[in-house]
Each structure stands twice: as structure tokens, then as C-alpha cells.
Design a protein around this ligand. Structure first.
Ligand SMILES: Nc1ncnc2c1ncn2[C@@H]1O[C@H](COP(=O)(O)OP(=O)(O)OP(=O)(O)O)[C@@H](O)[C@H]1O
Length: 512
């Protein structure tokens, strides 16, 4: 636990900040400060206003009322450039890097004209870069192309980029979503080093264990308001969860009910890669009715290709995929969906949702031609509205109405729309990618229970997740992907975070 900073002066203070989007009050009279050298965590249920508050602090949104003081002086932050000049840096959930540029070039973007003549002093910048990298024991080659970097190195690069612009307050939004346990530990060690140097860290996360292990103060937001402040040492995950969602959260209980019937089977399935090496390399496993088969792996090790091959978005270069004793390798996506394969996509904006469509439209999408939703070529508007209202209620989707554009919902609530749609379609085989990405603790336990109930009904579930806790809570077996291969398959009784983490990084792997 890092205890520095609690009695330190404020580096910035937000006072009476309110922000509305139309009828939605995203922030109501929110006031808090960030102190020098502290590790501050901000938690809250989905739609609580965390991202809105951070966007205001980072100059991306202007508040309707209230003001910001930096080092004791009022300051208007009208753009990210203003915020960077004021000493803020932000690592977003989705990295903002240029994949075709090198590591050093990415650091220098935005640095143009540094000497007033439009010229960048490359040699000085390279030297400064190397100094920062060695200070934090990062392994970043300045001349490597970003597209060739593994995900933890990309995150290190985002951090170096911020620090090289002089950031003294570092904001991170769900930074460990894509990291292995070992990489998360390394990240937090580094962040605590920043605090020890007098910089401030502001962390938004739904992972309460990480809040407990690393922060020294926690702010809890609910429905646009700041509802509690705790010293981390004086609280616990149960109290935080209850403060966030207003009720106690029960952990789900897994009861294995794997049946004999094989629902889906992959035999030596391969997908060609960009180089000579296949992106998916001869992967084989069976999935039985009632089984939840978890897939772990650092992003980019073949999980995407595995999912795409099963749901029909990618042509396989070898092997066979069968579903209920039929070979489906040549079927279209629509044929596979109609046959009973459900898919909960990770990339909600690109694959999972039509951002400009309403909540109701998104909830029935893919099923709009079914008799319950259309008759004689016309949509049955009242039925659709009723169906949408029921799902909004049962999945606790926080939206002013089912007619709201999905793109305006908070990230977690968008995810709930996908979950509601796919679970209500009653598939025989469900492929799920990171179902709880960005979802609050209350909704996580609800979604986990839904997945367990689906399996108890005999549905086979393939669960691809970056969250080991989630995989361990739900899976009957966990397969680890590394460089396109299923590196090792763990039975539920063998699951251990460090052993799985090691298999994810290619060490200790055994052939399945
Ligand atoms: N551009 C927008 N238009 C309309 N409503 C918005 C917009 N941006 C945010 N909101 C609404 O403001 C509220 C706060 O959203 P915000 O994204 O700040 O929540 P959050 O705490 O970050 O949630 P999550 O944990 O789900 O990311 C939500 O009700 C959201 O739907």
C-alpha cells in the first residue's frame, strides 16, 4: 500500500461540476481534488459519470457549471492540448497510437515545432526517451514499429508518451483490461514509482481488488454524484461494491453440469496469417452441452481468429468445425446464427451495435424478420417496444428510454444491450468475448449468473476473456492461446492465476 500523498496539497480541484446531455444529468454538483503524489481510484456503477468527469478534467468536455483549479488557480481547460499544458496525461481504454509509425515517432507526434522553427531536435528527444525507458525498466525499442508491439509494450509507450510531455497527473481508464496478471503487477509497480516521485495517479477501474492493492484513496460515484470517499486502508471490496450499486453483491456459485453430448467440435482448425505463420494453428477441442470452455491469452495470440472461424467471419485454411454433428465450416454467418450459434462480440461499436440505432432496434437486430417482431413485411412496433422495455428492465440497462440512441449510453450500458440481445435469443452454442468488459460489479454478477444459467440449460459456451477471475469463476476448462496454438488446456481443478499467466506468455506451456 502506498501511503504517500494523503496530507499533500491539491494539484487540482473540481468544484460544483455539473454536466447534462439533453435530459440526462451525467454529473450533479461534483467536487473533489487530486493531491500531489497520491494514487486515487475512482469507482462507480455503469453510467455513474466517471468518464464524463475525466473528460472534463482532460479538456474533452466543458462543464455546464462549476470550475477547475490547478495549483490553486482557476483554469479553463478547453481542449486536450490545454490539459496537457496544465500537466495532465490520459491513457484511454483504447490506445491512441499510430500503428505504422515507430515507437519514437509516436512519442514525437504533437511535438512538432518544439524549437519554434518547426524542427524536432531528434537526438535530444531520443536521449530523453531512452532515459525515461531505463528509469522504469521498460523494454521499448525506439525504432520498432508500433504494429509489431505486444499489448503491454503499447501501454508502456502510452505512459512514456505522457511522461515525455511533462505529465504530472496521470489518468488511466481501465488500464489492466488487456494485461496478464504479471503485466498488471508490473504496471502498478511502475505507477507507484510515479507517485513516489511526486506525480499523481488517477485510476478508473471496475476491478476492486486492484483498487484495494494499489490506491490510497477511493472516490465512489453513483448516478452522477460523488457518494462516498474512503481511505483505501479503511474500506474493503464489499463495502465499495455496496456503495457503488446500493446493495450487497453476492458472488456467483458455479455448479458444473457438463453433459455427454458434444455440441461443437474443432479438429485441427487453422487460419492463415499475414506472414508464413498461421494466425490460428491446428486448434482442436470439443465443447459439450452445459460446458463453459474458457479461452485465456494475451490479445493477438489467435483468439480473434478462433472466434471468427467459429462464427463464420473468417475462412479457415485447414481442419473442420462441426456443430451438432454437421460440418459448418462453409456456412455463412447468417446460416450459423439461424442454426443456433450466438455471438457476443467484444468490439461493441464495430461489431456488436449500430451506434445510431435506438436501444430497441439494437435489441431485436438480427431477429427483426421473425414473426414475433414483423408481420406481412411490417415491423410490429408495439411488440418491439414491449420486448425492449422488458429487456431494459430485466438487464437494468440505464437509459432514458428504449428509443435512446445506443451511441449515447455509457460504455457499460451499451455492453448490457448486447448481452441482453444475445442471451434472449436462446442459442445452443454461445460464443462470448469479454462479456463484462467495462461493466460494474453489480452487472457482472448478474451477467455471470445468466451465463451459468444458460450452461445449466445445456447450452455450450465458449468464453473468451481477458479477465482471469471471470474465467476461473465460470469455466469448466480453460484453454490458453499462445502464438496461434492452444498452448495448454487446464481443468477447473488445476486453475491457478500464475500458471495460466505463464502459459499465456509462452513459458511453462505444454501441448494440449
Ligand atoms: N454524448 C452523450 N450523449 C448523451 N448522453 C451521454 C453522453 N455521454 C455520456 N452520456 C450519459 O451520461 C451518463 C454518464 O456516462 P459516463 O460515460 O460518464 O459513465 P461512466 O461512469 O464512465 O460509465 P461506464 O462505467 O459504463 O463507462 C450516462 O447516463 C451516459 O449515458
Amino acid at each position: 500500500m502506498n501511503d504517500a500523498g494523503t496530507s499533500q496539497p491539491a494539484v487540482c480541484r473540481l468544484s460544483g461540476i455539473s454536466k447534462s446531455f439533453g435530459d440526462v444529468k451525467a454529473l450533479s454538483d461534483v467536487s473533489f481534488d487530486v493531491r500531489k503524489g497520491e494514487f486515487l481510484a475512482i469507482v462507480g456503477e455503469n453510467g455513474a459519470g466517471k468518464s464524463t468527469a475525466m473528460s472534463i478534467l482532460f479538456g474533452l468536455l466543458e462543464p455546464d457549471t462549476g470550475h477547475i483549479e490547478i495549483d490553486g488557480k482557476p483554469r479553463k481547460l478547453k481542449s486536450a492540448r490545454d490539459a496537457i499544458d496544465a500537466g495532465f496525461g490520459m491513457v484511454h481504454q483504447h490506445f491512441k497510437l499510430y500503428p505504422d509509425l515507430t515507437v519514437l515517432e509516436n512519442v514525437l507526434v504533437g511535438d512538432e515545432g518544439a524549437n519554434g522553427l518547426g524542427l524536432i531536435p531528434f537526438r535530444d528527444r531520443r536521449k530523453a526517451f531512452k532515459k525515461l525507458v531505463s528509469e522504469f525498466s521498460f523494454s521499448l525499442d525506439p525504432d520498432r514499429k508500433v504494429s509489431d508491439l505486444p499489448v503491454d509494450a503499447r501501454q508502456q509507450l502510452e505512459i512514456v508518451k505522457m511522461l515525455s510531455r511533462g505529465a504530472s497527473t496521470v489518468i488511466l481508464d481501465e488500464p489492466t483490461a488487456v494485461l496478464t496478471p504479471q503485466e498488471s503487477l508490473a504496471l502498478y509497480t511502475m505507477l507507484k514509482k510515479l507517485c513516489a516521485q511526486g506525480k499523481s495517479v488517477v485510476l478508473i477501474t471496475h476491478k476492486l481488488g486492484e483498487v484495494m492493492d494499489n490506491s490510497e484513496r477511493v472516490l465512489v460515484m453513483r448516478q452522477g454524484e460523488l457518494v462516498a470517499e474512503r481511505q483505501t486502508a479503511d474500506t474493503n471490496p464489499d463495502e465499495l461494491a455496496e456503495l457503488m450499486v446500493g446493495r450487497q453483491i453476492e458472488a456467483v456459485e458455479k455448479v458444473s453440469g457438463v453433459r455427454a453430448e458434444v455440441v461443437a467440435s474443432l479438429q485441427d482448425v487453422s487460419v492463415a496469417g499475414l506472414s508464413d505463420k498461421p494466425a490460428l494453428d491446428a486448434v482442436s477441442f470439443d465443447l459439450r452441452a452445459g460446458e463453459i470452455f474458457g479461452v485465456a491469452g494475451v490479445s493477438g495470440n489467435g483468439q480473434k481468429e478462433l472466434v471468427n472461424a467459429i462464427v463464420g467471419l473468417e475462412t479457415i485454411s485447414g481442419g473442420t468445425i462441426s456443430f451438432q454433428d454437421r460440418t459448418i465450416s462453409a456456412m455463412s454467418v447468417a446460416q450459423r446464427r439461424a442454426a443456433g450459434i450466438g455471438y457476443m462480440a467484444e468490439d461493441r461499436m464495430a461489431m456488436g451495435l449500430a451506434a445510431r440505432g435506438s436501444v430497441a432496434e439494437n435489441l431485436i437486430s438480427g431477429r427483426e424478420g421473425r414473426p414475433e417482431f414483423s408481420a406481412s413485411g411490417f415491423l410490429r412496433a408495439r411488440r418491439i417496444r414491449q420486448f425492449a422495455r422488458e429487456l431494459v428492465k430485466s438487464f437494468d440497462i440505464r437509459t432514458p428510454s428504449a428509443q435512446q440512441q445506443v451511441g449515447n449510453l455509457s460504455g457499460g450500458n451499451q455492453q448490457k444491450v448486447i448481452v441482453a440481445r444475445e442471451l434472449s435469443a436462446k442459442p445452443r452454442f454461445l460464443v462470448v468475448e469479454n462479456p463484462c468488459w467495462g461493466i460494474d460489479v453489480g452487472a457482472i454478477s448478474f451477467i455471470h449468473q445468466q451465463i451459468l444459467d444458460l450452461a445449466a440449460d445445456g447450452v455450450a459456451v465458449l468464453l473468451i476473456s481477458n479477465d482471469l477471475e471471470e474465467l476461473f469463476a465460470l469455466s469448466d476448462r480453460v484453454g490458453v492461446m499462445f502464438e496461434g496454438r492452444m498452448n495448454r488446456i487446464f481443468d477447473r481443478s488445476e486453475l491457478d492465476a500464475f500458471a495460466v499467466g505463464a502459459a499465456m506468455s509462452g513459458t511453462m506451456g505444454e501441448a494440449a
